[in-house]
Write a protein that binds this ligand. Structure first.
Ligand SMILES: CC(C)(COP(=O)(O)OP(=O)(O)OC[C@H]1O[C@@H](n2cnc3c(N)ncnc32)[C@H](O)[C@@H]1OP(=O)(O)O)[C@@H](O)C(=O)NCCC(=O)NCCS
Length: 177
């Protein structure tokens, strides 16, 4: 079955961002259990020996079921709509007009091709136009140079060092649109 048109959040000539679909489970599971991918993510580390059936529940709760304060999206390459990553808006506060953004480009062979920068720009545009969000932040673990460069390249500025967020130090980056 094809995707409903409203499943597409935003796209340009290189990347398409859409709502998470049940059929994304297998690819998400492959990414999730990769220890290198887990390194800079704020998720608890996943035991790669655990079966997909255990992950299904996380996939449902965290990615498939949308809530008013969270929007989980899948990033696809154009053409072909091959899955390349995931992007999330969370802690969406429509009164304060704020949200946090997080992104993963799953396979290393897809990195450094512009998928993340294109995606973040599209998602920020969508969130500002459709949800009225004006201020975005992201929390980046110390040493995650790729992510720091990505977000500062898009216009985020480092605001503070936060060590209350986890046992690992993370910097907070913010931008206004
Ligand atoms: C961070 C991440 C999302 C970047 O994705 P990407 O698609 O490779 O990024 P882009 O190709 O759009 O690169 C945009 C800019 O980010 C910076 N960047 C990306 N990868 C980099 C790296 N390995 N080293 C240094 N800078 C890097 C560069 O400034 C780059 O611009 P340039 O290629 O013109 O120099 C990706 O490395 C990733 O998924 N990492 C693991 C998960 C993660 O850390 N997520 C962020 C949590 S906040």
């Amino acid at each position: 079955m094809g995707l409903l048109p409203d499943a597409v959040i935003a796209q340009d000539d290189f990347v398409l961002v859409r709502r998470v679909a049940p059929s994304d489970l297998d690819q998400y599971f492959r990414w999730y259990k990769d220890p290198e991918i887990q390194e800079y993510m704020s998720n608890p580390h996943w035991d790669p020996e655990k079966p997909k059936s255990d992950f299904r529940d996380i996939f449902m709760r965290k990615y498939l079921i949308q809530t008013s304060d969270r929007l989980s999206m899948t990033i696809c390459a154009i053409p072909g709509k091959r899955l390349v990553g995931q992007v999330m808006l969370f802690d969406i506060n429509r009164n304060e007009k704020t949200a946090e953004v997080g992104i993963l480009i799953g396979d290393f062979s897809d990195r450094r091709k512009g998928f993340a920068s294109r995606t973040v720009k599209l998602v920020l545009g969508y969130a500002s136009e459709e949800m009225g969000i004006r201020k975005f932040c992201c929390h980046i673990m110390k040493g995650n140079r790729a992510s720091e460069n990505l977000f500062t390249g898009i216009g985020f500025c480092r605001r503070a060092e936060r060590d209350d967020l986890s046992e690992l130090r993370r910097y907070e980056f913010v931008t206004d649109v």
